[in-house]
Design a protein around this ligand. Structure first.
Ligand code: ZN
Length: 306
């Protein structure tokens, strides 16, 4: 009681705020805000195959990495079916090495899980792998394909990540990995499918400044960019044999141009700069994760001009 009496008069001498006290409060608050802003964001992207994340979000990942944020790509399968003349363990090893080189080139982590390519199913076991990955990365943002796609592995990757949303905060599930305290933001990559509904470009990020880095990342997936994918599209003979020439050819396959339906979203965040943007990546915010105010969007995507 005595101590309280002694404390109160002293406290009241500086309250209501004096000029000195206000200055102290302002410095403390700005230091707090600055450290909150400087806290690195944790972004995790899932793909069915080693190269899927790169195609959908390689530019975004390079932008985060350049600012010191933490990015991880996870392939849910080992890619052991994705080639016309090799397969099995030999191909899986080759693709894991390509993925790790791709991650190294832009400064992110890349993990390839050992599930078979072309056989992915939305089982409880794989869902638990996804929950572990998201929790262990302490993800603020999770990116995955939409659950409608031509390839069943892509489709089920979308389902698996969608099914992990919310479950990542439930402590009684996957008890070997501590739960997150809040549901992350769940985004999907852009795709061209229109049923049951077309992709909605909620977040469009200019990748002009990192486009070369993205091409350099894709170039690491030699078995895919220069062998398997051209073979599936009947244009293997178009691929230049020379290492430098084929890297110059790659942008013709992945121009990341800005379609007209992305322009409004780009304009909303970039203003006049949007007119000169040549390359971009777009993402939809799903309804299953944390929903964002415009202020939070600008904090989580620290690329837009103020
Ligand atoms: Zn794929």
């Amino acid at each position: 009681m005595y101590r309280v009496k002694m404390f109160l008069p002293r406290f009241c001498r500086v309250w209501p705020p004096t000029r000195l006290w206000s200055a102290f409060l302002m410095i403390a608050m700005s230091t707090f805000c600055l450290s909150a802003q400087n806290e690195p964001l944790h972004v995790i992207a899932f793909g069915a195959h080693p190269d899927d994340c790169d195609i959908g979000a390689g530019g975004l990942a390079a932008k985060y990495a350049a600012l010191g944020h933490k990015v991880k790509f996870v392939s849910l399968t080992n890619g052991d079916a994705g080639h016309q003349s090799m397969g099995g363990g030999q191909l899986a090893m080759r693709r894991r090495a390509e993925a790790q080189e791709a991650g190294r080139r832009i400064g992110i982590e890349y993990e390839v899980l050992d599930n078979h390519d072309g056989q992915l199913l939305p089982t409880l076991g794989v869902r638990e792998q996804v929950i572990r990955e998201i929790r262990a990365w302490k993800a603020d943002i999770v990116i995955a394909p939409r659950p409608n796609d031509y390839h069943p592995d892509h489709r089920y990757t979308g389902v698996l990540v969608q099914d992990a949303a919310y479950m990542v905060i439930v402590p009684n599930l996957v008890t070997d990995t501590p739960p997150l305290h809040k549901n992350p933001v769940f985004l999907t990559y852009h795709d061209r499918f229109t049923l049951p509904q077309p992709f909605r470009p909620d977040i469009v990020v200019s990748t002009d400044d990192v486009y070369e880095k993205k091409i350099n990342m894709l170039d690491a997936h030699v078995s895919q960019m220069y062998e398997w994918l051209p073979w599936t599209e009947g244009k293997l003979e178009q691929v230049p044999k020379d290492v430098d020439a084929r890297k110059k050819w790659l942008p013709t396959q992945y121009p990341d141009a800005v379609p007209p339906e992305w322009r409004a979203s780009l304009q909303k965040r970039y203003g006049d700069q949007a007119r000169s943007t040549q390359h971009a990546e777009a993402f939809e915010i799903t309804e299953y994760g944390r929903q964002l105010s415009e202020q939070e969007i600008r904090r989580l995507f620290p690329f837009f001009p103020k």
